[in-house]
Ligand binder design. Structure first.
Ligand code: PLP
Length: 353
C-alpha cells in the first residue's frame, strides 16, 4: 500500500528514521558505565521495545502497570516501573507482572513499602524496589537524604529487595535554553548524588541510580553516580523535542490528515483533539510551512498563509507532543519511504491504569 492510500487521520511511523534514532542512542551508551532503559510511555508497542533491547538497552521503563502488562505479555524486560502505584488491585497486578518478567517497583514512603510488603505476603514472593527522590520536579519522591536513608533501612527490615534510587529531572528536560537546561539538570543530579552519598555513608550503596529524559540524556548519561537513563521521546522526536534538541534525530512520527474544507484563507483538516494534541504548542507541517493553529473535537484549523491546498489533499503534520497523540490511536502505519510495510497495534495506548 502507498502512504497516500491510508485513510485519515492516521499515525505514520518512518521506520528508517526510527531505526536511526534507536541506533544513535544505542551508540551513545555503548561502552559507557551508564546504560539506557528506554521509557515505554512514548512508543507503547513491543515492536519498538524489542528493537531498543536489540540495540543494547538493559531493560524497559514503564509509567503504568498497563504498559508493563503489554511488555510482560510480549516477554520483554526487565521492567522498571518508574512511578508510584497505590491500592491492592494494582499491587496484585504488579506481582502478577513480576511473576512473568523481572520487575522493579518504585517507592517513596512508608505507605508504599507497607502496601508492597502486604503484596509480598499475598503473592508469596519478594520484589525489587528503588526509592524515588525529588530532584526538583516536585512531583513524587523523598525530600532529603536522611529520609531516603531511613526508607532504605526500613526496606531492609522487610521482605522487599532494596536496589537503589531514581530521580527524574522532568523540570529540566524541555527547557529551550541550552545553558538553563544543562544547569537545571546538573542541579537536579547534584541533589540525587547527595542522596547516593548518604546511602553509601550508611552502608547502603545503591546498585541502580536512574535518571534522565531525552532533553538531558547526555548530562544524566555522563553523570558519574548515574547507572541508567530512562529517556523515551528520543525514539520518535516529537515537535517539542525537535525544537529543544535539534542535534538529535529527525521526527519519525507524523499524523496523516486530509484537508476537508477550504474557504478563502480558512482551511480545515479532519484531525481534531480526538486524534491530535497541542498542549506543547501547535503541530506543524512535516514539509509544508503550516501550523495547526487550533483544535476542536473533530477539526483542526490550519494557519497556512497563502499556501494553495485543495480540499481532499492529504498532508502530514508533526505532533508537538508525541506521547499524548499516540495515546489517542490504535495503530501505527509503518512506512519505508512512501510504502506501507507494516501496521503495528499500539497495545499500550490508553493503558492509563
Ligand atoms: C519518570 C519519567 N522518566 C523518564 C521520562 C522520559 O521522558 P522523555 O524522554 O520524554 O524526556 C519521563 C517523561 O515523562 C518520566 O515521567
Amino acid at each position: 500500500m502507498h502512504k497516500s492510500d491510508i485513510d485519515t487521520p492516521a499515525l505514520i511511523l518512518d521506520l528508517d528514521l526510527v531505526e536511526d534514532n534507536i541506533a544513535r542512542m544505542g551508540e551513545y551508551f555503548r561502552g559507557r558505565p551508564q546504560k539506557l532503559r528506554p521509557h515505554f510511555k512514548t512508543p507503547k508497542t513491543p515492536e519498538i521495545a524489542r528493537r531498543q533491547l536489540a540495540a543494547g538497552a538493559i531493560g524497559i521503563t514503564a509509567a503504568k502497570l498497563g504498559e508493563a502488562e503489554v511488555l510482560a505479555r510480549a516477554g520483554l524486560g526487565p521492567i522498571l516501573i518508574a512511578n508510584q502505584i497505590a491500592g491492592v488491585t494494582k499491587i496484585d497486578r504488579l506481582f502478577a507482572i513480576a511473576a512473568r518478567v523481572d520487575t522493579i517497583a518504585t517507592v517513596e514512603s512508608e505507605f508504599n513499602i507497607h502496601e508492597l510488603e502486604r503484596g509480598c505476603a499475598r503473592a508469596g514472593r519478594a520484589i525489587d524496589v528503588i526509592i524515588e527522590v525529588d530532584t526538583g520536579m516536585h512531583r513524587c519522591g523523598t525530600d532529603s537524604p536522611a529520609e531516603t536513608v531511613e526508607l532504605a533501612k526500613r526496606i531492609g527490615r522487610g521482605p522487599l529487595n532494596y536496589r537503589g534510587v531514581m530521580g527524574y529531572e522532568g523540570h529540566a528536560v524541555l527547557l529551550p535554553d541550552r545553558e538553563k537546561r544543562e544547569t537545571t539538570a546538573r542541579e537536579a543530579l547534584t541533589v540525587l548524588s547527595r542522596h547516593v552519598a548518604a546511602l553509601r555513608g550508611a552502608g547502603l550503596p545503591p546498585a541502580i541510580v536512574s535518571a534522565g529524559g531525552t532533553g538531558t540524556y547526555d548530562i544524566a548519561g555522563s553523570w558519574p553516580d548515574v547507572t541508567e537513563v530512562q529517556a523515551g521521546s528520543y525514539v520518535f522526536m516529537d515537535g517539542a523535542y525537535r525544537r529543544v534538541r535539534p542535534d538529535l534525530g529527525m521526527s519519525a512520527l507524523t499524523l496523516l490528515t486530509t484537508v476537508i474544507s477550504r474557504r478563502g484563507d480558512r482551511m480545515i483538516i479532519d484531525a481534531g483533539m480526538k486524534s491530535l494534541t497541542n498542549e506543547f504548542g501547535p503541530p506543524a507541517g512535516k514539509t509544508l510551512p503550516l501550523k495547526v493553529a487550533r483544535l476542536s473535537e473533530e477539526h483542526g484549523h490550519l494557519a497556512a498563509g497563502d499556501l494553495e491546498i485543495a480540499p481532499g489533499t492529504k498532508i502530514e503534520v508533526v505532533p508537538s507532543h508525541g506521547d499524548t497523540t499516540i495515546n489517542l490511536h490504535s495503530e501505527y502505519y509503518v512506512v519505508r519511504g512512501d510504502e506501507v510495510v507494516a501496521i503495528w497495534p499500539i497495545e499500550g495506548a490508553r493503558a492509563y491504569r
